[in-house]
Write a protein that binds this ligand. Sequence first.
Ligand SMILES: N[C@H](CCC[C@H](N)C(=O)O)C(=O)O
Length: 284
Amino acid sequence: MRLRFTKMHGLGNDFMVVDGLSQPLPEDGPPLSEADLRRLGDRHFGVGFDQLLVVQPPRHEGVDFRYRIFNSDGSEVSQCGNGARCFARFVRDQGLTRKHEIRVETAEGLMTLKVTDDGLVTVDMGAPRWAPAAIPFQADAEADTYILVAGQNAYEVSAVGLGNPHVVLLVENVNTAPVATLGPELERHERFPERVNAGFMQILNRREIRLRVFERGAGETLACGSGACAAVVCGQRRGLLDATVTVHLAGGTLQVHYDGHGGIRMTGPASRVYDGEIDVEAPA
Ligand SMILES: N[C@H](CCC[C@H](N)C(=O)O)C(=O)O
């Protein structure tokens, strides 16, 4: 089967975006074979992406699209902030909607995507989930911080759910943070039963941070939208950050706003790189 796609990125966090409305992809179970998912995600043997995003028909009233997300390791997940901005641009560029405010459903819930005239997209990421079971994270009780033992060391971390799990720790300088070594250890830490995205946050002042994220199922990415939101709300909960924060990532800058009510709002760009076609196994 010939599959049409668009390569996109949000601050260098890159995606292969597929219109599953006009192309016959299964709506239940993986839209592509495990082998194809991994091949397409490979930066040498395939298209190369951090995540594959699939547009499919909504399953609920009042929702415009269903938004499915697959990491490059083939795992399906329920949240991708940078991907949501690219999703909004994709469905408008493809003529699948003319709306500026788009409601999408993921496996975890609903999000509202707002495309503004300056080409930026604001995503309402929903409210943070602090209860350990909602993250999910193994802890006796909810707390501002937890002590996590990894390897020979103990770390003071925060943990939060945004439809996907995040652990966040403070570092003096992101440039020297042990992302490559501690990131994989945290990603697979036993207290995170569904694995976890690991954020390394350097606080510059109450309105500005630097962040690196070792993503679950993808490794370190140039940017992580849900990771940016997780870092901000964890910093706020520790009394270290204000309501509106500029998040500096390797791939660029995001604005995150959360005042303790409603959803976390993240604003940033969404870039299209090219359209392509590739042969995949026909759906079963
Ligand atoms: N790796 C994440 C999914 C992608 C999140 C990230 N690309 C974003 O922009 O939020 C997870 O397994 O939960």
